[in-house]
Design a protein around this ligand. Structure first.
Ligand SMILES: [Zn+2]
Length: 496
């Protein structure tokens, strides 16, 4: 069947309330594993290297080159599969997935097909404002290699090929069609991303393509038990794009079904600009991959001891950490949620809290100022120049009264800008509160000399002038004097 160039979409008048239909979604997530070298050769995997520099005969697909499995790939894939409660298979098979594409020099991708590493897992998501807690079954987790990249925007009129990514290890995590709304799809993806980040199997960076999502979506009458015809959505570059694309595609399918038309099974590309789907070209849609076992790779054998070792080495997972934050640091549910959303943010908070001791203040600062600074700079916390010890030092300065709350925010802004320490900035910018009596008395004497009439009237009993004189001292100190102490010293000096 040929693919039509436009997506069937009935007139608006034909559309029926989508309330009559239920959305059914399954997600396929490709995750780039955090290895230093590729899946079947020893080329580096770093993102952003000059084009076609991380390549060798194996990943270029030169004749006679033989792949050798990177065992670290297996450990990371196992870690994810075990954390997703999957059944791990003692024997799995690498297959060749054959298709022609310019960025695929071998003409096939090494993947796992009918005998994947792991099957039958699940992922439970917490309740959010929009969605109830739910469990999504995981169909499979398998290992595969990535293809290269076609680059269309580098040279006018021609496409370029970068093969640095060819052979980079991925796992594909396929869910059952258990998801019933766009918001639930978002919740599943956020929970999955959080889990993978905690497991340190991937940097889960969507912008760099370390995490890619395809969605299968269908509509069926509410209460029906059979599945409707599904379409596959691609080109989803963010979780919000996934949610918007699902809603748009579901509405389109509901309108078709409500008008008595059929949904055609096809691959659709999400166009964020026009907020609509369009059909993929047929070559992007070929499903005849003619899989067969790769004759160059032996079956992957995973014994019980290895599974046990990986299981024992699993790091603390989000739910456990959340409970620990509530217990150890006395945080409320909301704070614990926010601070455990990302493992790295939580670790940052822990360091601040241990160094500063007042964990509630530490939590407020990390959730407030630190996160705002990261968002403003679009920075990951690992690259944030202000380290936890620096934040703790700043909070210590506030706790000791050296810095006022307002001055602390100004100091923090400069810390984020320069990477300098709080005490350095406070001194350099003259933001430290002055509480040294000698310095304060000096300003007071100057003010009395400059405003003798007011000082005399105040000393004779016009007590309300005391506030005015304190104001002059504050101005002279450029706001650094401790106003309470100035008030005391001035009252003493004038005998009021
Ligand atoms: Zn290579």
């Amino acid at each position: 069947m040929s693919v039509r160039e436009t997506v069937e979409s009935p007139r608006a008048a034909d559309s029926v309330a989508s309330g009559a239909f239920e959305m059914v979604v399954g997600l396929e997530v490709h995750v780039q594993l955090l290895t230093r070298t590729k899946a079947f050769c020893r080329c580096a995997t770093d993102f952003g290297a000059p084009p076609n520099t991380n390549v060798c005969p194996v990943c270029l697909g030169l004749p006679g080159a033989l792949p050798v499995l990177n065992e670290h790939v297996v450990d990371l894939a196992l870690r994810a599969a075990i954390a997703l409660d999957c059944e791990i298979h003692p024997v799995s098979i690498f297959a060749r997935k054959n298709y022609f594409y310019p960025d695929l020099p071998k003409g096939y991708q090494i993947s796992q097909y009918d005998r994947p590493l792991a099957t039958a897992g699940r992922l439970t998501t917490d309740a959010t404002g929009e969605t109830a807690a739910s469990t999504v079954r995981i169909t499979r987790v398998h290992i595969e290699e990535d293809a290269g990249k076609s680059v269309h925007d580098r040279f006018a009129g021609v496409s370029a090929i970068d093969l640095n990514r060819a052979g980079v290890p991925l796992i594909e995590i396929v869910s059952e069609p258990d998801i019933r709304s766009a918001a639930a799809a978002g919740a599943y993806l956020r929970a999955l991303k959080q889990l993978l980040e905690y497991l340190e199997v991937s940097d889960v960076n969507m912008e760099e393509g370390s995490l890619r999502v395809d969605a299968n979506v269908s509509a069926r009458p509410v209460g029906a038990s059979t599945l409707g015809t599904k379409t596959e959505l691609k080109n989803l570059n963010s979780f919000s794009a996934v949610e918007r694309a699902l809603d748009a595609e579901f509405a389109r399918q509901c309108a078709l079904l409500g008008a008595g038309q059929r949904v055609m099974q096809q691959t659709l590309l999400w166009d964020a600009g026009s907020a609509a789907v369009r059909p993929a070209r047929s070559k992007e849609e070929s499903h005849d991959y003619r899989y067969f076992p790769d004759p160059d790779l032996p079956p992957l054998l995973v014994d019980r001891a290895r599974i046990k070792r990986v299981r024992n080495d699993l790091p603390e997972l989000p739910a456990a950490r959340k409970a620990r934050y509530r217990e150890t640091f006395g945080l409320g549910a909301y704070d614990a949620d926010v601070l455990t959303a990302e493992r790295s943010l939580g670790s940052y908070f822990e360091e601040v809290a241990r160094a500063h001791r007042d964990s509630k203040t530490a939590a407020n600062w990390v959730m407030g100022e630190v996160r705002a600074a990261l968002n403003a700079r679009r920075l990951e916390i690992d690259r944030f120049p202000v380290r936890p010890a620096d934040v703790a030092e700043l909070l210590d300065l506030v706790a000791s009264g050296t810095l006022s709350g307002t001055a602390a925010k100004r100091v923090f802004a400069l810390m984020a800008e320069t990477g300098d320490r709080a005490s350095q900035i406070a001194a350099r910018e003259g933001l430290a509160q002055v509480r040294d009596d000698a310095a304060l008395r000096e300003w007071i004497e100057q003010v009395i000399a400059e405003h003798e009439p007011e000082a005399t009237r105040c000393a004779r009993g016009e007590r309300k002038l005391l506030g005015v004189l304190v104001g002059f001292v504050m101005k002279k100190s450029k706001g650094r004097a401790d106003p309470k102490r100035v008030n005391q010293l001035l009252a003493e000096r004038l005998g009021v």
